[in-house]
Design a protein around this ligand. Structure first.
Ligand SMILES: Cc1cc2nc3c(=O)[nH]c(=O)nc-3n(C[C@H](O)[C@H](O)[C@H](O)COP(=O)(O)O)c2cc1C
Length: 538
């Protein structure tokens, strides 16, 4: 180690044997993040580090060059986030649709006292109900969340999901894809309001809203809109007291700012977006003065100790990971997908049309390497934009579509769509019957919808059509874990990954803190190495 800063006006007293100078000795002391670290020059002029001894401002002892306070992984983020959700770390995993964030994934993280959100999007209520039952049976005392996804093209599903969550006593939802509030989410929130014996407001139904734009964040930072409150009251869905209390609480407890991520994304950089939303929260808090302050978390691109630390240092109350959990053993996907994800670089991703918002032209971020889904889905969107119905598609193009992408005549696909939606949301078919462009959209959405099921199930004759949602964070993770036990997909477990990121972030905090005081570490120490036995500690 070298030193080029200004020494502290402090002196270290302790046993010289507790000062280490070698690489491994220094790393070990830095890793003990619940102890302070002191950097000193000994009488031989060597610069070393200790995490014992005492400091005095005058008298004998070695002059302290730099020091770092204790700072363990559990201290990162907002303590109230950990307390409210009963967590070990201010760390959360985001929902992954179609049960990719599976019941097993939620349970594994819950058992490690970490918060995970079940991937309810795209699933029928019976499947979601079965998963909730399983999670509740396995996590009787721990916190878990379930995704409440806004479904503009399938409003019946969103309403059914809320009814289910209320019936099952789901206490935390991760609300996402909302462009504006709906009566459904307002119902979920208000149905959980009451007063305790001391007249304090109790918010039983917690909302963690995920957003990537200011205008979407704002309604979650305000009280529920009056028109929804009155409508719910009229329908007898909430009580008069709940309607009154609605004015005193914001719609969300926590807001996750989602930057460039896997799946739906606005592709914003976290360094630009997070400060914007934190400032917005502060302004809104000043204006509305709700009793509890909304916490702001960070998602999108977080997959390494340094990215997690950066988010915390920018003021994130908690961090959220997504893509990297899909590559873990507990994720509800196929071995083929896990294997592919293991070798992904951060540039191996691209934008492709989203099935659930296809007609609106919304894209999501998918894996480019090892699959043709992205270019094929883009082609379908081009046809949708250029033609009014499938009959307008030029014959050669249609033949190509039917042979290469659909592997069936489009009219046959339409029959499958009718069958599918009759069970799930019959309105979809009614709306498309006399609307050939809507019919075309539903046919194209057949491919977009099934392609992620093929990936999850590992359907072997559809490998090139796999739709795998993935962000650049996956590549950063793969680079970081190279050479460690987490390099191989068979060793990737969600709780271990969480542990490594958070412990690594605490380690790096101290490295950066000492560096800024003038300590020059050997390069090897500047990387947060993984700990082999992390899962044993959890
Ligand atoms: C495979 C996959 C599926 C996802 N599905 C959903 C979803 O259904 N609902 C949701 O709110 N977010 C979903 N996301 C976003 C994640 O919850 C999380 O916010 C995001 O992945 C974080 O960014 P990262 O991918 O850079 O880690 C998904 C992400 C991935 C990778």
């Amino acid at each position: 180690m070298n030193f080029s800063g200004t020494p502290q006006q402090l002196f270290w007293q302790g046993s010289p044997r507790d000062i280490v100078f070698d690489l491994e000795g220094i790393r070990n002391k830095l890793l003990q993040t619940d102890k302070a670290c002191y950097v000193m020059k000994d009488f031989n002029g060597r610069i070393g580090l200790s995490n014992s001894g005492t400091l005095v401002s005058e008298g004998r002892g070695l002059q302290v060059l730099a020091l770092a306070n204790p700072m363990n992984a559990a201290q990162l983020g907002d303590p109230s986030f950990r307390k409210d959700y009963k967590l070990k770390y201010a760390y959360k995993t985001g929902a992954m649709a179609n049960g990719i964030a599976s019941a097993n994934l939620v349970i594994a993280l819950g058992k490690a006292d970490l918060l995970a959100s079940y991937g309810a999007a795209g699933q029928v209520p019976e499947k979601i109900a079965a998963s909730i039952d399983k999670i509740q049976a396995n996590l009787p005392h721990q916190t878990y969340a379930v995704n409440l996804i806004h479904s503009p093209s399938e409003p019946a599903l969103e309403a059914a999901a809320v009814d289910l969550f209320l019936n099952k006593g789901v206490n935390v939802v991760e609300a996402s894809a909302f462009l504006a509030l709906t009566e459904n989410i307002v119902y979920y929130r208000l149905a959980g309001l009451s007063r305790d014996a001391k007249n304090k407001i109790v918010i039983a139904n917690k909302v963690i809203a995920k957003i990537s734009r200011k205008e979407v964040a704002i309604p979650f930072m305000k009280a529920a809109p009056e028109e929804f409150v009155q409508s719910l009251l009229k329908k007898g869905k909430i009580t008069r007291l709940q309607a009154e209390l609605a004015k005193e609480v914001p719609m969300a407890d926590d807001i996750t700012v989602e930057a460039d991520s896997g799946g739906h994304t606005d592709n914003r950089p976290l360094v630009a977006l997070l400060p914007i939303i934190i400032q917005l929260r502060d302004e809104m808090q000043k204006q509305y003065a709700f009793e509890s302050k909304i916490r702001i978390g960070a998602a999108g691109g977080i997959s390494t100790p340094s990215s997690a630390l950066a988010a915390f240092m920018m003021g994130a109350a908690y961090v959220v990971t997504g893509s990297i959990n899909q590559a873990c053993l507990e994720a509800g996907t196929s071995e083929h997908v896990r294997k592919l994800l293991q070798i992904v670089e951060s540039t191996d991703v691209m934008a492709a049309p989203a099935s659930d918002m296809f007609e609106m032209g919304v894209d999501l971020q998918v894996l480019k390497r090892g699959t043709l889904f992205g270019p094929r889905a883009k082609k379908l969107y081009q046809y949708y934009k250029n033609y009014q119905s499938i009959d307008e598609i030029p014959t050669a193009d249609r033949k190509n579509l039917e042979e290469k992408i659909f592997r069936k005549p489009l009219e046959e696909i339409w029959k499958s769509c009718i069958e599918f939606f009759q069970q799930r949301d019959p309105q979809q078919i009614e709306r498309a019957t006399n609307n050939p462009r809507r019919k075309m959209a539903l046919i194209f959405r057949w491919y977009l919808g099934l392609s992620s099921n093929w990936a999850n199930a590992g359907t072997s004759d559809r490998v090139l059509d796999y739709q795998i949602w993935c962000g650049p964070s996956m590549g950063a993770f793969n680079d970081w874990v190279k050479g460690s036990h987490l390099e191989h997909y068979k060793n990737r477990k969600v709780a271990d990954v969480a542990f490594q990121i958070m412990e690594g972030a605490a380690y790096l905090y101290r490295i950066q803190s000492l560096k800024m005081q003038g300590v020059d570490f050997p390069m090897e120490l500047e990387k947060a190495e993984l700990m082999e036995n992390a899962t044993m500690i959890l």
